[in-house]
Design a protein around this ligand. Structure first.
Ligand SMILES: CC(C)(COP(=O)(O)OP(=O)(O)OC[C@H]1O[C@@H](n2cnc3c(N)ncnc32)[C@H](O)[C@@H]1OP(=O)(O)O)[C@@H](O)C(=O)NCCC(=O)NCCS
Length: 324
């Protein structure tokens, strides 16, 4: 039997209409400034969801946009995979809510939780189902309402995050000369780092949702120092180098982390897709939001070699190489 590849056939995004600039945060009484936030993180603004814009609402709109680009209808989908740490409910999963909202009655849907690395984990997971015949077409979604987890009294964290959703449609196709699809992926985690980035509540501990807590400097150090191992492994496994990449689409947490990682790996700055200035850190949504932005403005084209990479709480981290 010919090798099955998970080929990207559609990509879409959705952002809440409410845009909050750094200056607007300072005007609301948070002791910060546009200058401090831009200099430390590159963030200029973020989108914040309204009360009715739950994670599944954002995810459904992004999924519909991805289906539209693919020219497919919801009935063509047999796997809905949603990466999120901000589900509408403890259960049922946000993915099943999106499945229902799209009117999909067949197949299966589930959430995947790897915080900011969630989308990379979801791509790797969907690829396993598609490449082994377990599903034919997958909606892989990253959707978050991180604003709901923020302690707005804590200026060291509340200025960093935003809300949004992005999605891709992956289709199982027999490999051909174009060599399109998810070529390889590498996932890692190390739970000893829990206290550096976590939410101080949950259904099994406090019975509350909790708020995000972070040791920013420790996260920064780990992100720049350690997570390039997964990218090097993906290069090794695929027989490619930094020079072969068309685009590097990393998790959008901090411009300084992104540029330091690219420099360390020898990836030219002009190949880096940056949206952190516009969206802030939208956790699992940040990579598909960046992919959709680069698709929309014509940068990413079929045949391009695209590396995605992320690190999140846990720590969890991973990378995947996609021939678009
Ligand atoms: C959070 C982060 C931007 C902080 O930058 P930093 O250079 O490490 O700053 P520090 O935490 O050392 O704080 C420096 C000073 O700025 C102050 N400060 C913190 N947040 C501020 C804010 N929003 N506005 C203004 N000043 C702020 C601090 O209180 C501190 O003041 P002090 O020197 O008087 O004590 C940085 O550590 C970072 O980006 N970490 C990675 C976070 C991340 O990306 N997490 C998600 C990963 S998925």
């Amino acid at each position: 039997m010919a090798l099955l590849r998970s080929v990207v056939v559609g990509c879409g995004a959705y952002l809440p209409g409410n845009v909050v600039t750094n200056a607007a945060l300072a005007e609301r009484g948070i002791e910060t400034s546009d200058e401090w936030i831009v200099q430390r993180t590159g963030i200029r603004q973020r989108h914040i969801a309204g009360p009715d814009e739950t994670t599944s609402v954002l995810g459904t709109r992004a999924a519909q946009a991805a289906l539209d680009e693919a020219g497919l209808s919801p009935a063509d989908i047999d796997l809905v995979l949603c990466a999120t740490s901000t589900p509408d409910y403890t259960f049922p999963s946000t993915a099943t809510q999106i499945q229902a909202a799209l009117g999909i009655e067949g197949g299966f849907a589930f959430d995947l939780q790897a915080v900011c690395a969630g989308f990379v984990y979801a791509v790797a997971t969907a690829d396993r189902f598609l490449s082994t015949g377990g599903a034919k077409r997958a909606l892989v979604i990253g959707a978050e309402t991180f604003s709901r987890l923020l302690d707005w009294e804590d200026r060291t964290t509340c200025v960093l995050f935003g809300d949004g959703a992005g999605a891709i449609v992956l289709e199982a196709r027999e490999n051909d000369a174009s060599n399109r699809g998810v070529l390889t992926s590498c996932l890692r985690s190390d739970g000893r780092h829990r206290a550096k980035l976590y939410v101080d509540g949950g259904p099994g501990s406090t019975g509350t949702t909790g708020k995000l807590r972070m040791e920013g400097r420790e996260v920064f150090r780990f992100a720049v120092g350690s997570v390039t191992d997964v990218i090097e492994e993906v290069f090794r496994a695929s027989g490619t180098t930094a020079d072969d990449l068309t685009w590097f689409v990393p998790h959008q947490a901090n411009r300084r982390i992104i540029e330091a990682s690219a420099d360390k790996l020898g990836i030219a700055r002009e190949k880096v897709v940056l949206t952190v200035d516009q969206h802030g850190n939208t956790s699992a949504a940040s990579i598909p939001l960046a992919l959709a932005a680069a698709r929309r403005d014509g940068r990413i084209k079929p045949g391009d070699l695209v590396m995605i990479e992320a690190i999140g709480g846990g720590f969890t981290w991973g990378a995947a190489l996609i021939r678009w």
